[in-house]
Design a binder for this molecule. Structure first.
Ligand SMILES: NC(=O)c1ccc[n+]([C@@H]2O[C@H](COP(=O)([O-])OP(=O)(O)OC[C@H]3O[C@@H](n4cnc5c(N)ncnc54)[C@H](O)[C@@H]3O)[C@@H](O)[C@H]2O)c1
Ligand SMILES: C[C@@H](CO)CCC[C@@H](C)[C@H]1CC[C@H]2[C@@H]3[C@H](O)C=C4C[C@@H](O)CC[C@]4(C)[C@H]3CC[C@]12C
Length: 432
């Protein structure tokens, strides 16, 4: 027999046996899909006594199949140490069983990465700058999938328009070119709702979806840069990468993300503490804002990244709003869902601070920022742009991600709320 089959034959026979064993196991577990995600394989060994020696071989076969076949993908997450990036990194480690190496690329690496290095997946921390093409190319080389979440999120005038452009647009160009040069085929870009709006005319976008017509007119450097970068990513879909295969890209557009690690929520919380446990309503409660929990945004990235290969024709070149069951509320009322249970209250001030007065304050802030720039950085939350965004309804209602790649939110609104409250409470100096 050995002579007839030869070494290759034995290997083939062994592989067929492993495949048979794997299918047997899958059949036993059922092949249901939970939230668009195949059920994770049971890692604990099943009793083998009844199968005797064959059962023991089966267990060995399973182990080998898992270690050699299942864990084989290399992912790169740019901006992996940011608010969203950290959640994407943790979600990948929890929910992508085929992952063998996870590269986390960021300008500033977080110390928490160390604790992730002990698991079965190789976590490689790369301190780098997306504006540096050679650093990006080195990080991308050999990766199967890139999730490009690095970006300069600045609507407060902290960075110059040039820097925002360099990071968000040139950085994205570098990522695309690196994929093309090194042969990486799958690219997910973290875009933003701001690519669409609110526009400078303050038109409401009410329960819109990816196909809703809207006049997307931007002047501010941040939305301009996100729109440009998104266009580059979508245009790159289908480009031939090294090795001759086509690049498959898509863009996810989160609305305002909230959850553990959200800096603006942190700022509001501390502001409330400084003001004796009060925040003052500046925006009418009727102006609704789309918000989405960070865990669900991360989940959507993980899911679409895996489906880019299987459903390339459908998903490639597409945009998806990020959505979940979070309620539509005004920006401030929504924040109070978390800050309220942590001891802050929202004081009604509509009569004290009408819109024209707020706009005057916002303009004054912008003027002060400009005057003080040579001396110090003055970057308050309120400026004409943030006031306009906060004061314009922008909500999405869509099921495109569910239809295209089986997305269902992983965290219910209750879960998302509870987790966020727990995080706010854990912040130093809770108001309670
Ligand atoms: N926060 C939101 O509400 C929101 C909403 C929609 C879209 N987004 C997008 O999601 C992405 C992540 O945003 P976030 O809120 O986590 O912001 P963040 O600032 O917390 O994270 C961005 C990360 O990118 C890194 N980074 C910045 N410049 C870099 C550079 N030159 N090279 C390498 N890394 C660099 C930062 O160090 C940071 O860790 C961004 O692309 C943003 O535009 C955010
Ligand atoms: C007038 C103030 C009194 O309380 C309230 C100001 C609130 C603003 C600071 C925020 C209102 C809406 C926010 C933006 C929105 O959630 C979506 C965004 C998209 C994302 O890509 C980046 C962040 C942001 C622009 C977000 C920034 C903060 C607001 C303008």
């Amino acid at each position: 027999m050995a002579r007839v089959l030869g070494t290759e034959g034995w290997r083939l026979g062994w592989c067929l046996f492993l495949e048979w064993a794997r299918r047997e196991e899958e059949q036993a577990e059922g092949d249901g899909v939970v939230a668009g995600w195949p059920r994770r394989r049971e890692k604990t060994a099943r009793p083998v006594a009844s199968l005797g020696i064959l059962g023991a071989w089966l267990q060995v076969g399973r182990g080998m199949a898992e270690s050699t076949e299942v864990r084989k993908l290399v992912y790169l997450v740019t901006g992996g140490c940011g608010f969203l990036g950290e959640h994407v990194v943790r979600m990948l480690l929890q929910r992508e069983p085929r992952l063998s190496e996870l590269r986390v690329f960021d300008l500033h690496l977080g110390p928490w990465l160390e604790e992730l290095k002990t698991g079965p997946v190789q976590v490689t921390a790369i301190q780098g700058d997306v504006t540096q093409a050679h650093e990006v190319a080195a990080a991308v080389a050999g990766a199967h999938v890139v999730i490009h979440a690095a970006g300069l999120v600045d609507v407060f005038g902290r960075a110059s328009p040039k820097t925002i452009h360099e990071v968000n647009v040139q950085g994205t160009k570098n990522v695309i070119e690196a994929c093309v040069q090194t042969g990486t085929r799958f690219l997910v870009y973290t875009s933003s709702m701001e690519v669409v709006g609110p526009n400078i005319k303050g038109h409401p976008f009410y329960r819109g979806n990816e196909d809703t017509p809207y006049e997307a007119v931007h002047k501010h450097p941040y939305p301009c840069s996100k729109a440009q970068a998104e266009r580059l990513v979508l245009e790159a879909n289908g480009r031939e990468v090294r090795g001759g295969l086509p690049l498959v890209t898509c863009a996810l557009r989160p609305t305002g993300i909230y959850g553990e690690g959200h800096q603006i929520m942190r700022d509001f919380y501390h502001q409330g503490l400084r003001l004796g446990g009060r925040l003052f309503r500046a925006i009418p409660a009727s102006v609704e804002h789309g918000r989405v929990y960070v865990g669900n945004v991360a989940w959507m990235h993980v899911l679409v990244a895996r489906e880019l290969e299987r459903r390339a024709a459908l998903v490639g070149g597409q945009v998806y709003f990020c959505y979940d069951e979070s309620p539509y509320k005004s920006y401030e009322d929504f924040n109070m869902e978390f800050l309220g249970p942590c001891g802050l209250r929202l004081v009604e001030t509509r009569l004290l601070a009408p819109y024209w007065l707020l706009m005057l304050l916002a303009v004054l802030n912008a003027l002060l920022q400009w005057l003080l720039r040579p001396l110090l950085l003055y970057a308050p939350l309120l400026n004409p742009y943030t006031l306009a965004v906060a004061n314009t309804t922008f909500t999405v209602s869509t099921d495109k991600a569910q239809r295209h790649f089986g997305y269902e939110p992983l965290f219910s609104w209750e879960d998302s709320r509870t987790r966020t409250i727990r995080w706010v409470r854990a912040m130093e100096g809770s108001a309670q």
